[in-house]
Ligand binder design. Structure first.
Ligand SMILES: Cc1cc2nc3c(=O)[nH]c(=O)nc-3n(C[C@H](O)[C@H](O)[C@H](O)COP(=O)(O)OP(=O)(O)OC[C@H]3O[C@@H](n4cnc5c(N)ncnc54)[C@H](O)[C@@H]3O)c2cc1C
Length: 379
């Protein structure tokens, strides 16, 4: 069986669905291929999104998935801790429902796994377990392990991290704040997120997620019933976005915040740029606009992440204590979606110089790593 579509989107996750909705609004009729039997499941997400997500997008998002409102965080590392407060800084969403709301009235072929894709004279040939497809234009929204990215050879320097999460029956001390316990500031961490309904999400992104999660549960004496387990990969790095008549978006394109690993906001914003480029018949414009808007931010955060991941505990402790001492500044200028503004304010404060000095000393002891870090410097 051979099917033709002008535009095929591989992956009906939130970013693929939002891209499809935008394309429909622009007069196109995209077809989505989704390997699972439904949208939204299995879940692999902590479901925390900045409140701006529901205000800043071109197509208003349904608010039905919002379960809880967050007013701050308790942040800890190695015995030191501080609190951040900001009214309605974020929402906790039911991720399955969030995705399902985005998928209304879309044409989706379920149980259809892309197995291979290659360019043909006018467009692309897609081989799936459910038949063959032809498309003039292909959008890979197929997540961190994107088959489109791999098969079409998009350049990328991404590294995949592992995330693991339990939903546990319990009522946390604070229902309006999340807990973030750093395994390594400011990249690898464990979280406790109140859903607000007698359930908390306890999860981690780190090198040994299963062991780390159990360590966290034991340390905090969390003994409630585990009602769901979620796992997934987080792509951190950068990626080429356009190749011929194919494009990547969302996790497939590594559009993830390097410090917090959140990908929903970046992916949805990128979808808007992608669809503008399709509408303007100028696909290269997608790469240019993405770079103009987000590349600097991502590269600064990647540089910081790369440096901190390679630092010893003594430097990290100093760094964390410095951030703790400046927590009021973070409260004032910190932005849920933009982290480089905080990094710049801290770096431009003379009181940081001893901490930066310690970091540089650590770097100087490792010249190969220093070279790699500088290579990632923002353009
Ligand atoms: C543990 C964990 C916690 C997270 N917490 C947060 C958070 O709190 N906030 C936040 O903003 N982000 C978070 N993220 C990241 C967020 O989940 C992703 O950025 C987001 O899901 C990206 O959406 P997407 O549509 O690009 O990819 P996905 O959600 O991965 O969707 C891709 C879709 O493509 C389908 N697919 C894949 N391969 C194929 C194929 N070959 N053929 C057909 N279909 C295919 C999949 O089934 C899926 O439906 C977290 C991630 C993890 C792992």
């Amino acid at each position: 069986m051979k099917k033709n579509a002008k535009i095929i989107i591989v992956g009906a996750g939130p970013i693929g669905c939002y891209t499809a909705q935008l394309l429909k609004h622009a007069g196109y009729n995209p077809l989505l291929l989704e390997e699972h039997a439904q949208v939204g499941r299995p879940v692999s997400c902590a479901g925390i999104v900045g409140k701006g997500l529901f205000e800043e997008l071109r197509l208003p998002l349904s608010r039905r998935s919002i379960q809880n409102t967050i007013n701050g965080a308790r942040v800890s590392y190695n015995g030191a801790a501080f609190d951040l407060h900001r009214q309605t800084v974020a929402y906790i969403v039911d991720r399955a429902l969030f995705d399902q709301e985005l998928s209304h009235k879309l044409e989706i072929e379920f149980n259809t796994t892309l197995q291979d894709i290659h360019p043909i004279r006018e467009g692309y040939f897609l081989k799936t377990n459910n038949g063959e497809y032809f498309a003039d234009l292909v959008i890979g929204a197929d997540g961190p392990n994107s088959r489109v990215r791999k098969a079409l050879g998009f350049n990328s320097d991404m590294k995949l991290y592992r995330g693991y999460q339990y939903r546990i029956k319990m009522t946390p001390e604070r229902l309006d704040a999340v807990e973030v316990d750093y395994v390594k500031p400011f990249s690898l961490f464990t979280w406790l997120i109140p859903e607000g309904n007698g359930v908390a999400r306890v999860g981690t992104i780190c090198n040994n997620p299963y062991q780390e999660l159990n360590r966290f549960l034991e340390k905090h004496k969390l003994t409630g019933e585990i009602i769901e387990k979620n796992a997934g990969a987080i792509p951190i790095g950068t990626c080429e976005l356009v190749k011929g008549q194919a494009m990547l978006v969302g996790d497939a394109a590594c559009q993830v915040k390097p410090i917090t690993s959140g990908g929903i906001y970046y992916g949805l914003k990128a979808a808007e740029m992608l669809v503008d480029a399709v509408r303007d018949n100028n696909l290269a414009q997608y790469q240019t606009r993405w770079s103009e808007e987000f590349e600097q931010e991502i590269r600064i955060c990647l540089l910081l992440r790369n440096i901190l991941e390679n630092m010893g505990e003594d430097v990290l402790k100093k760094m964390f204590e410095y951030v703790r001492d400046n927590s009021r500044l973070i409260e004032k200028i910190g932005d849920f979606e933009n982290h480089s503004s905080v990094i710049w304010s801290l770096v431009s404060n003379p009181r940081t110089y001893p901490t930066i000095g310690a970091l540089l000393m650590g770097l100087a002891r490792n010249p190969r790593f220093l070279f790699r870090s500088l290579f990632r410097l923002p353009r």
